[in-house]
Design a binder for this molecule. Sequence first.
Ligand code: GLU
Ligand code: MG
Length: 438
Amino acid sequence: MQQDPLTMFCYTDLAGQVRGKGFPSSQLEKRLTGGIGWTPNNLMFTALGTIAPGAWGSHGDVMLMPDPATGVAVDYGDGTPAERFYLCDVQNTDGTVWDCCPRTLLRDAVADLLAQTGIVLKVTFEHEFIYSGANARAADNYALDAIRRHGVFGETYLGALRTAGVEVDSYLAEFAPGQFEVTVPPSEALVACDTAMTVREMARATAFRLGHSVSFSPRVQPDGLGSGVHIHFSLWDTDGTPLSHDPDRPFGISERAGQFLSGIVRHMPALCAFTAPSPVSYLRLVSHSWTGVWSNVGFRDREAGLRICPTFGASPEAVARQFNFEFRAADATANPYLQLAVIIRAGLSGINDALPPPQPTMDEDPETMSSDARAARQIVRLPSSVDAAFAALKDDPVVQGFLPQRLLDAYIANKQAEFEISRAWAPDELCRRYAEIY
Ligand code: GLU
Ligand code: MG
């Protein structure tokens, strides 16, 4: 039977799911400028597939308008249909901005950062995931044999990413059985988020071709180790000069980078409602699990909420270019555009308020510091449950203001509807259900 190629126009919804509509690829040229119709109430789809009560109901129309630069066309050459998709903005039917489009939220945050400070952010999302076909066994952490035993997945995945236009920086077997990590080089914020979605989708696509699945869920079982999304960022000017590093300041953190970090620290508990937004997120965000459970800026510390990452080599230019920070209280149940938009807005608020630099921890564990010592350095325990994260958001009007009111209301209603269902689930079931979804 003759097959007709299908192309999908998609966006990443409030639950971090990629959804959209398809059409015969022969229509692509027309659709690249015309988009495809979409339903505003689809924003109320929860992670669990239910529909939360929303402002739109059955009314209204919007459209998915593709960004041609995001196009992915990957033919696995095995007779299965090729992966063909574009990531889109959600627009009103007259082509104007829809105030609830997550990609537009990020674009606006990036534009405001540039307009108000002249700063461009370079970002990369570092992903960990579990592969069901790993032939995993204990002690697979970083093992050469773990790469061997996971068969053709790794090389097929890397090939798919290259064909999709994604350069890979590193690929490795992580700590947990069946867990792998993929990193990509930093890029401009919007591209970094688009790439994050392609990294996830190509992992799923590759596993599917091999009769397996991957999960980016922060915990696939209550015990053991989680899968994080570490959001790396650095500050640059428009000429490509790095702005994060200043060798004459403590820990090498430039004045503006310090302000940016302090802005994030100030709002970090509320930011968790966007960066780690699911009940299962808080099975990962537990003490001493190499995640970030405190709002500290930690010098080369993988348990800091914000890590000052290492640089390699001694050349001052190389150090300045490599110097970057990592937001660790984040995972793949979130929408990356929302994650990054609120991080940028918080950082920008720190610059606009000319906040004093953070006082980083170095070889110190906030857990064992006295509460006075923590308070003196503005270190607080991040929320320990998703309800606590949303309570922190409710208490932080500044972070609430990072989103247009309608999008904020939709987000909260969407997530609350999800929690109404998932609250009943014991940790085992929580892990099982979210592993299936993410
Ligand atoms: N798996 C850890 C997490 O959940 C991170 C381990 C690492 O430092 O890469 O974030
Ligand atoms: Mg890792």
